[in-house]
Design a protein around this ligand. Structure first.
Ligand code: UGA
Length: 435
């Protein structure tokens, strides 16, 4: 199939590269000239395991190319995916300016039948508005179909998620569009679920907010575990073994962050309000998420008392492991709060430091070059995300380097008993052992 992807950000680029990898011919479009020039020169604007290799392989095979021209993309493709950002507005609702602009741009260059696919995460009924917009601005009567096809990629394993999806959701009632969409996804050999457009759009917000709810559920449980002397990891294992519940996304921690869950839960709250059926359960999900960080900071303060001038090492800055994405990272919030209290923070992250420096996040933080450098003379070590690398650090060395062996494990990455044996005073999330 000949495919155009408008928007070469995280979703657009991964989707385009993986489509090319299953032998489709793909044009990735973006209005950021520098980004496109970089991509044309083989420079990938983000870190995602496996992505660089897939892009290079398919560029070399002439199946993947990059342009700033929407007209070129629309002219040379049967299907046009829209994968532009849908950022949050101050009230939590979604800013659809980019979607609307792309819809108008497509309408101006549309000459013959195309399937226009909404890949960005959008409020229910957006597809209908995209179709209205294209119809209104199109020059003359030209045939097209709008389809909703939400993505379910997780940063850090996006290539693997795209190549081996649990399901493909296609929202459309046009047989013509559906048969083309099925050809796009045939090579992935995954179950295809066909729905109407509104249901497909809702599936995305419902999936992300349900996963956020699972995380808040276990985080609220961690507070109960702390109050009752139970261990949240054992509780999560116990309930997660029930297939109806499942163990994934039951990892207690500092709360969910990133560019999706906080934004999508807020958007779903706003959408439900707008529809006149307020989804108040999700407001509680948000409250628990915020509370989780507050409880963790309190735990640090209860032990260290005054944070001013305390030397604190933080491991992890990205919003999760295996990415360099620091947007809405709870690790960054944590560092910012420690700095506000006057602590001297030395932080290390395997991939996130460059972006922290580039965007000047956490002004005043010292960025260490290694996990061991970060803990030099530290009065406490705080683990903010769970990169694999942290598990293989030599904790005998860590213990020797630190001034005081206090360990606050914000992701329950380490075994409390082992840490106690190594001489650490261990504080996890919802864990009674060794507390
Ligand atoms: C999420 C969804 O998992 C994807 O399915 C979806 O496509 C994507 O949003 C999106 O809408 O684009 P992502 O934000 O990349 O993916 O990362 P997740 O692995 O879902 O993690 C989100 C946050 O939840 C992270 O801060 C992570 O640390 C936290 N988390 C996750 C927990 O605190 N506990 C868990 O058990 C799992």
């Amino acid at each position: 199939m000949d495919i155009a992807i408008i928007g070469s950000g995280y979703v657009g680029l991964v989707t385009g590269a993986c489509f090319a990898d299953v032998r489709h011919s793909v044009i990735c479009v973006d209005n950021d000239q520098r980004k496109i020039e970089n991509l044309q020169n083989g420079v990938i604007p983000l870190y995602e395991p496996g992505l660089e290799e897939v892009v290079h392989r398919n560029v070399s095979a002439n199946r993947l190319r990059f342009t700033t021209s929407t007209a070129e993309g629309v002219d040379e493709s049967q299907i046009v995916f829209i994968a532009v950002p849908t950022p949050p507005q101050p009230d939590g609702s979604v800013d659809l300016t980019y979607i609307e602009k792309v819809a108008r741009e497509i309408s101006e260059v549309l000459k013959e039948y195309r399937v226009i696919v909404d890949k960005s995460t959008v409020p229910v009924k957006t597809g209908e508005k995209v179709a209205d917009t294209i119809r209104r601005y199109a020059k003359g009567s030209v045939e097209f179909d709008v389809v909703s096809n939400p993505e379910f990629l997780r940063e850090g394993c996006a290539v693997a998620d795209l190549m081996n999806p649990d399901r493909i959701v296609i929202g459309s009632n046009s047989d013509r569009a559906l048969s083309l969409m099925k050809k796009v996804y045939e090579p992935f050999m995954a179950p295809i679920m066909v729905t109407d457009m509104n249901s497909a759009e809702l599936i995305k917000h419902a999936a992300n907010s349900f996963l956020a709810l699972k995380i808040s559920y276990i985080n609220a449980m961690s507070a109960i575990c702390e109050a009752s002397g139970a261990d949240v990891e054992r509780v999560a294992d116990g309930i997660g073994a029930d297939k109806r519940i499942g163990r994934s996304f039951l990892n207690a921690g500092l709360g969910y962050g990133g560019s999706c869950f906080p934004k999508d839960v807020a958007a779903f709250v706003a959408i439900s309000d707008e529809l006149g059926v307020p989804f108040t359960l999700l407001k509680e999900v948000q409250r628990i998420n915020q509370n989780q960080m507050d409880r963790f900071i309190k735990k640090i303060k209860d032990t260290l008392w005054v944070l001013k001038d305390k030397r604190i090492a933080v491991w992890g800055l990205t919003f999760k492991p295996d990415t360099d994405d620091v947007r809405n990272s709870v690790a960054i919030d944590l560092v910012a709060q420690l700095l506000r209290e006057g602590a001297i923070v030395r932080a290390y992250d395997p991939k996130g430091a460059d972006k922290v420096a580039e965007y000047n996040l956490c002004e005043g933080v010292v960025l260490a070059k290694s996990a061991l450098e970060a803990v030099e003379d530290a009065e406490a070590l705080v683990l903010a995300n769970e990169w694999n690398e942290f598990q293989s650090v030599d904790f005998v060395q860590v213990r020797k380097k630190m001034h005081t062996p206090l360990l606050f494990d914000g992701r329950n990455l380490f075994d409390p008993v082992t840490m106690k044996e190594l001489g650490f005073i261990y504080h996890g999330i919802g864990r009674a052992l060794a507390r």
